[in-house]
Design a protein around this ligand. Sequence first.
Ligand code: PFF
Length: 504
Amino acid sequence: MENRQQWGTRAGFILAAVGSAIGLGNIWRFPAVAYENGGGAFFFPYLFALLTAGIPLLILEFTLGHKFRGSSPLTFARFRRTSEWLGWWQVAISFVIATYYAAIIAWASSYAFFSLKQSWGKDPESFFFNDYLHIAGKPGELGGFVPGVLIPIIIVWIVTLGVLLRGIKKGIERANRIMIPTLVALFLVIVVRALTLDGAAQGLEAFFKPNWSQIGNSKVWIAAYGQIFFSLSIGFAIMITYSSYLPKKTDITNNAFITGFANSGFELLAGIGVFAALGFMAAQQGVEVKDVVSSGIGLAFIVFPKIISEFPAFNGLFGFAFFGCLVLAGLTSLISIVETFVAGVQDKFNVSRSKAVTVGGGLAALISIIFATKGGLYLLDAADNFINQFGIVLAGLVEVVLVAWIARELKSLQNHADSMSDIKLGAWWRFCLGVVTPAILGYMTIQNFISNTKSNYEGYPTQFLLFSGWGVALLALVLAFVFIAVKWHKSVDLKGDSKEGVRL
Ligand code: PFF
């Protein structure tokens, strides 16, 4: 019996998947990764990674979710009774990410308003760490709440849980239908404005100039795979969950290609916009573009405020639009990641959606306020590094090895996807997932392990890292085993679908 909620339209599903994929990673991670790994030459490893890992994995996750029609834990439980733990592991990883991602969106929303008057003054760096975050003296100290961060975090959670409470079609689909077109339109305006600034051409030249000597370097290829993996939200349980709400008839493979190319298109646009703006800043300061390149939190909250302050006119509006884009890109990703555990809880215990949102989402919201303390930034930095390297990448590796080598189900999943799709998958798809992806992810994991055991990430104290880095990553795995010990609600059919009526 079909009783799962569904997307209203195919476009609605694609917008939601694209909304998840387009996140902070596209805006603040891709430009610097591409620049540091060969500039224009990075295009080749990047495209290669998209076609051999990104899109094949997206097809795999869409097929799993569509075929087994469940959250990630239910999908893997139906796939093989013994693989349920992998679903919970992915969900637990997503839970951790949700808690700190909400904090970053909260900062961006504060900064949208700070932009109007450039409240950061002459020293954006000191403003960010001292005046805004009130950063604690050393990692590991919590030092009380910072109201300026706490209040926007609470608002971010109210919006996110509010959307999720309304369900798939009326909540998630509608929110993405509004937010994604707005984001793209606003971002286009920013990019066009950035391109018309003095120095933009130098910025683009630095970004696109190919450095061919780098292309043989394995580090560049790993960076390409890492970027594609993170940027497409694969291995996070997200795409499995979203595709479980697809109608019975849908073109799986085509959906994956559209999502993959839309995400990369936005990424490229972000690279152009960010480097045009960096070129402008370099020209203003009379330095070279390479001296102003940065990424992540530093790019968004320190370099961009400087750029905004140097703007020739309408500084406030440009700043508001830039941070508004971060908020929109972030919110649509946060919604998707919170849905992974809402759906997991709902499936396992057969509770109503509102209960699952209140309990699952509420718990994440409560834990996330730890990032509104004075020590929040250190915790966020450590958790982010370790959960990415020993969570997402590792869970993605286990996923492909399990499906391709242990269960040996690639062929049957290929048949499922092919029966739905115009583009038929060939042996290339099984080769990419069975050989290329596990090899790259395996190599990445070994490298990550070596570099994190050789020296302490960011030079943080060992005890702090054991607790908030390694500990957090390990906790996600432990939680997976706690959850499989809990019994499924008796109405859940682990071979097919839940037998209860529609749960709203
Ligand atoms: N694809 C997202 C990005 O590029 O930022 C990755 C992501 C991060 C998705 C955090 C969801 C999320 F909550």
